[in-house]
Structure formats: C-alpha cells, structure tokens
Ligand binder design. Structure first.
Ligand code: IMP
Length: 429
C-alpha cells in the first residue's frame, strides 16, 4: 500500500514542512489535502529558508509532482505570488510538476473581508484567525455557494460567479458589519486575470492520483494545521474550518483507507499554539519565553504566516495521546528536540486534574479545559548541544530517555527526530 499521510499532532506549527521535505525523498507525489494559505511551512536548504503557504513542501525535491487537493481552499492571488516566489529562487513550476484539483474551492476578497469583519466584531472573544478568509470560504463550500477551481476554465462564467458572490457578500458586509461594499466589477476583472494564469494547472487530480496508484507510485499526503485545530476534533470554536486530521486526507484527496500504510504524526518536543483557545500547559514565565525564543532566528516561535508570537509550554501528552488515537498514528516524528537542550529538568503533562478527579482523556468542554491543571512528570534534562547529532546512539542519555518516555506513553514508535532547521539535521531511528 503506497500512501503515507503526514498529520500535525498538536495545534499546527509542528515543523511539518521539513518532515514533508524529508519524506518526499521516498515519494513520487506530494499532495496537500486541507486548509489554505493560513498554513506556513518552512524548509531550510543550504542556508536558504523557503516559506510556503499553499504549495506542498515536497516541491523542493526534484522530480516530485505536487498536488493541491480538493479539500483545500485556494486564494489564486496568493498561489500566483507563491509561484513567483519560487521562480525568483530558480524553481519555475510548470503544470507537469504542480496540479490543482478542479474541485478545490476558491478564496476571493469576499472571504477575507468577512473573516476580518467577523473577527473584529467578536473583539475580545475572537478566534484569532489568520484572516486569510479560510472560515468564510469553507462556510460557502458547505452551504453550496462556493466556487470550484474548474469554473476558471470558462472565464466569462467565472467572472459572473465572482460578481454575484461579491454582491451577495456586500449585503452582509454593509448591513451587518457596517463596512464599505467591495467593488464587484473590479474584483471579477482581477480574478479573470488570475484564472487565465492558473487554468493550465487545473485538472482531475482524483483520476491522476488513482492512475499513479495503479502504477505503483508512492504518494505522500501533506497535512496543514494540526489535529487540535480540526473543526470536529479540536476545541470548537477555537479551531480552523477544515479537517487537518487523517480523515481530511481521505476526503480531501479522494482515497479509501485501504491504500494507506503509514500515518505519521508530527509533534514538536514541547507545545505551542497561536490564536485563542485552551492550552493547559501554556507557560507565562521565563521557561515559556525561552521556548519561544527572541524572534531573531527564523525558527523561533513566531507564526510563519502572521508573525504572531506563539504561546509556548511543556509537552501535553493528554492532547498528543488523543491525536494518536483519532488519527491512528503508526509512528511519530518529534521536531525541535534541540530547543530543549540546556534545561536542567523537563516536564511532560501525563494527565489533567479537574477538581478532585484525574482526567486521562481530553475533555471537549471549554469550561473543563479552562479549569484543568496539568499533572506533570519531571524528567532530567541534558546540557549538550545536539544540533550536530545524526545517530540515535549519539544523543545524550537523557534526551533518549525523554523520547523513549513519549513513545512509551503513546504506544507507538518515534521514527525521526529533528535537531535543527537544516534539511539534514535529522536523526532517523
Ligand atoms: P483560520 O484557519 O485562519 O480560520 O484560524 C483558526 C485558528 O487556527 C486560529 O487560532 C489560527 O491561529 C489557527 N491556525 C490556522 N492555521 C494555522 C497554522 O498553520 N498553524 C498554527 N495555527 C493555525
């Protein structure tokens, strides 16, 4: 069975980009299955940092074909910007390397305006979205008023659809949010231009993927965001509007589970979250600041898409165990272990205390999540810099113990550990 699915096991930002880049070496195709340009995937190759939002990180491997699946919401303007960004770095993507599902949903300025207006109206109760129009685009999809990518093949019909979408949204923007209306004619004209440029990449990706499977090609499904941000599995409403978990890969690309042989969870060696919502192990102290970094290094904990500082804390095994269960992880990749070097001791939350009860399973209720206190297990730290380590046996004993304890608590093997931002700073077990 030739399909691997890579899923974020926490709140996104687990370093999936560089894991995809690594796993893409063994893949013919890398297909992104959910989300939009709310994602930010970073890969460092020989001192060059690539920041990608829509195009799968697998594109940095020669010969790998990349797909934007129909589970995605795609802003054509951002996609064209990203194609230019890569072209400026010598990577000119033609339709034999990049395919867009004809069923993918299109993000327009309407969605961005509605996302912003809704967040501002919520004020102190806002979700903290990336304001990339993600929620409104998925709302249009499920209420059956969205625009699919294949509409771009008929530019006049596409212009008409955009025009109608803007006019309908203007009613909401003006009457509910008291905003100035958007210019439907100008937006339609702008999007027709994008459609002309993007048309050649649009195809039947389901047929393409199944043809590839029939020819024994290996497919890597690239997740964005993380399981705890899943619209069904996360802490609603502090979630994104897609399914970043394993089920999203099947529906977002068009496979049955029988073709999948590996479900790889990516987890950071500690916890981070950006935006609002529960995070029981969050630290508001010096340790939290140290985990975040000062922001002078590109891999410090500041959002790739929005630049917002991430909330940081100790590893939450209650949340991670939940992610392993709901996704059926066959293995875990642990990223950023190097950031934990130099701590005298490390903590991992193995359960929560809720009043007089100990809780092992993640509660759904926001109130419970507010009230829970993490129950920590303390492990000894290590002082050595591990960024040059490439073999498991060369890691300090306490670093190995930390990894082994995580693996033991999850009941699945840890297959890779990243020890730095560079492509080869990886320990493969
Ligand atoms: P949206 O996806 O922009 O609607 O944002 C919903 C929530 O998901 C917010 O808390 C965002 O900060 C969070 N979010 C969305 N994309 C990412 C990501 O790629 N990494 C981390 N958090 C994300």
């Amino acid at each position: 069975m030739p399909v691997t699915i890579l899923v974020g096991a926490q709140w996104g930002d687990e370093g999936k980009g560089r894991v995809v880049d690594w796993l893409a070496r063994e893949s013919n195709i890398v297909a992104r299955y959910a989300g939009g340009d709310n994602a930010g995937h970073s890969v460092t190759i020989e001192d060059t940092l690539y920041k990608l939002h829509l195009i799968p990180s697998g594109i940095l491997n020669d010969g790998v074909v990349c797909i934007l699946g129909h589970g995605m919401v795609i802003n054509p303007k951002k996609l064209l910007d990203e194609l230019k960004y890569l072209a400026d770095r010598g990577l000119h993507l033609t339709p034999d390397r990049l395919l867009i599902s004809e069923r993918a949903q299109i993000i327009t300025p309407v969605h961005i305006a509605l996302d912003t207006a809704s967040e501002e109206a919520l004020a102190g109760d806002s979700i903290g979205t990336t304001r990339r129009g993600i929620g409104p685009a998925y709302t249009d999809k499920v209420r059956r008023s969205g625009i699919q990518a294949h509409a771009m093949r008929d530019v006049e019909g596409f212009a008409d659809q955009i025009h109608r979408q803007v006019e309908a949204a203007n009613q909401v923007l003006v009457s509910i949010y008291h905003r100035t209306p958007l210019d439907a004619t100008a937006i339609a004209a702008e999007y027709v231009e994008y459609a002309r440029q993007i048309q050649p990449y649009i195809t039947n990706t389901v047929a393409y993927l199944h043809h590839a499977l029939a020819n024994n090609q290996r497919i890597l499904c690239e997740g964005a965001q993380g399981t705890l941000l899943d619209v069904d599995l996360g802490h609603y409403p502090f979630v994104t509007s897609s399914s970043p978990s394993v089920a999203g890969a099947l529906s977002g690309l068009g496979f049955g589970p029988t073709v999948v042989d590996r479900v790889v969870g990516a987890a950071k060696a500690f916890s981070t979250r950006v935006g609002s919502g529960p995070m029981p192990t969050e630290l508001h102290d010096e340790i939290g600041n140290r985990l975040r970094g000062t922001g002078d290094k590109p891999w410090d904990e500041y959002g790739t898409t929005t630049g917002r500082p991430r909330r940081c804390g100790w590893l939450d095994m209650v949340a991670l165990r939940y992610a392993a269960q709901v996704n059926g992880f066959t293995e875990l990749v642990l990223t950023k272990l190097d950031v934990l070097s130099g701590f005298e001791s490390l903590k991992i939350a193995t359960a929560y205390q809720l009043g007089d009860r100990q809780i092992d399973d993640l509660p759904a209720s926001l109130l419970d999540m507010e009230l829970v206190e993490p129950i920590y297990e303390t492990l000894p730290g290590w002082s050595e810099d591990i960024m040059q380590v490439r073999r498991w046996e060369d890691l300090p004993l306490n670093a190995r113990r930390y990894v082994e304890r995580i693996s033991q608590l999850l009941g699945i093997p840890v297959s890779m550990i990243s020890v730095g931002p560079e492509r080869d700073q990886m320990v493969v077990l």
